[in-house]
Design a protein around this ligand. Sequence first.
Ligand code: NAP
Length: 491
Amino acid sequence: MRFIYMELKEKQLLRRQAYINGEWTNASNQKTYPVKNPFDRSVLTEVPDMAASDARKAVEAAHNAFAVWKKKPARERAELLRKWFLLMTEHEQDLAQILTLEQGKPLDEALGEIRYGASYIQWFAGEAMRNYGDVIQGSGPDKRILVIKQPVGVVGIITPWNFPNAMISRKLGAALAAGCTVVIKPAEATPLSALAMVWLAELAGFPPGVVNVITTSLPGPVGKELTTNELVRKLSFTGSTQVGKQLMEQCAASLKKVSLELGGNAPFIVFEDADLDAAVKGVIVSKFRNAGQTCVCANRVFVQDTVYDLFTDKLRKAVRNLKVGNGLEADVAIGPLINDKALEKVERLVGDAVKEGAGLLEGGKRHALGGCFYEPTILTRVRHTMEICHQEIFGPVAPILAFSSESEVITMANDTPYGLAAYFYSRDYARIWRISEALEFGMVGINTGMISTPVAPFGGIKESGFGREGSKYGMDDYLEIKYLNIGGVEA
Ligand code: NAP
């Protein structure tokens, strides 16, 4: 088995086995699959290629562990989460390096993701202690009514490759704080970050069976097990809308609780009264972070016609400064796309827009570095009928559309089945309220391109899914409400 040499301070963070019931384990059929570096497609290592039967074992372990874990005082769960957060912080450089190697994003961004992911564990260590119930006025003189919240049970967690750490920690923090146990299926492309963080969870002292990880190159059978096994009481999924719908259907037979964090098609609106330099910075962070592969990425940039030329000129200068390359090199801002399929999709969408009359202000083709690299690209004269405005681009391409009035831009912005994130820049307070209320999206960034934080409820509406991650609402998705009606207590 080949492994590229890495200067990790803690070499044990590189795991080559999955984790079931507190044990590092191979697939029952002994199969493995390669994990590749998207920079040069070299093989980093092999991990177990598990089947449904392995997932079933993990579910059973999580079910057995739930009986004990749910009864732990909240303070004990909080303390373990806190220890885990400190371990993730202590090993952040190593975790970031592993993340860059398997996912490709620049090391600074990877470090940002590790800190962001760890901040959810920290946040939910606090929230674990705030699982409050309620007292309701009795329905008669002899009645007393109480509301308690209890953990749902075993949670199946399925996550994508674009944030291999944070998409997992956002769910894990809330689930474990609530008293649930979990079986995680990370993305095929990025299992190493999941395994590394779970090794730290083991070190922190989480009991066997509370956290389990199944690695596989065939998501269907493992996904089927997690969505149909009756011992699993909730599915928390982050990924594409298409797969989310399929998994929800599979969950229907056993009526599992479901949270879905799905795809997006974020509008980014620049009004003529905006601070244009700030708006350019907003587009850079919202559009080009992670090479444009985030669910909250600006997908369509709308600029008011009176400032269109000025804005695009400023954006072009900023985009020219973005260095493309190996995420492990200094100053690199844009890494490779995750795989050839992603590259082909971006190429096709840009080609189609240009054929339909869009202008290429910057970029527009595969990068000279080869591999999965694509040039940071700006398209002008984009019309909302073009396919690129109705697909998640998931690449470093900014299509710029012109608009003249508020009503026109709101109609276009909302003309999508997705409803995850939206952004706009304006300095007019009345407009800020009007536009915020009119946008049909779960999250709105106003004069900022960065909206993700553990203290706020992250999530979408429409076909971007439902459920919220982070904030004081984040634990609700992992809790059931039970009410107690106590009779015979007349004073
Ligand atoms: P994806 O194809 O839906 O995959 C997501 C996860 O589902 C992966 O672990 C994948 O496994 C698994 N999967 C695929 N088919 C499955 C099946 N039939 N049964 C069970 N599991 C299955 O999405 P992706 O391309 O990895 O990720 C990009 C998408 O995620 C984008 O649409 C993006 O917007 C969305 N996303 C949303 C959020 C949010 O918070 N709303 C955050 C990040 C990303 P494999 O890896 O083995 O295919």
